[in-house]
Design a protein around this ligand. Sequence first.
Ligand SMILES: [Fe+2]
Length: 230
Amino acid sequence: MRRLSPKASRVLYPLAAAAASIAGVHPIAARRLLIGAAVVLAAPAIWRGALAQGRLQPTPSQTEGPFYPVELPDDIDGDLLVLGGRPYGKGRAAWLEGTVSDTDGRALSGAAVEIWQCDPDGHYHHPGDGGRADPGFQGFGRVTVGSDGAYRFRTLRPAPYSGRTPHIHLKVKLGARELLTTQVYVQGDPGNQRDFLWRRLRAEERAALTVPFEPAGDTMRARFAIVVRA
Ligand SMILES: [Fe+2]
């Protein structure tokens, strides 16, 4: 363990003992915490600044909703517009892409990103939605994040359905751990202001989860950055 000067010890050790008695923490553990804090405080100001700037806000979570697939289809790749080799022609095609990182900005290599969404008529592949979803639309996709942290889906600009503004459901998993469940919204969609879940978000949460779907040639493109506590 790093040695402290006699002067620092005279200040920190009584503090550690007091903190330990208040918090019920073992005195040695409390002393280590305080020494760690002292080391950070003693670091150059520029380094402390870099540490502070390195902390990214985690992407806000939202409810999973009732339509996460009960059974996954055979085809669950990142191209939701080709199912079993057959292209899907309805709706408005869009890329949804971005990076997955931890709160220090490190790529989360090996993480799985899943998305699921309704078909252009507003139906999910789920028994709770009456089995009405278009069998030609994949509706669910999963990709694995590489060492650069990037993920990419080819899907539809989401469509509205009864009571909900357009959105894409999204999960991030690392092995068996679920790190994030949330929903991605379309910037400027008039339905957002009427959506009970979107309205519940604070301004900074809306900004994090609501992204532009911009024209890109004959398709659209949306960038959604994902930050998780890993
Ligand atoms: Fe939904």
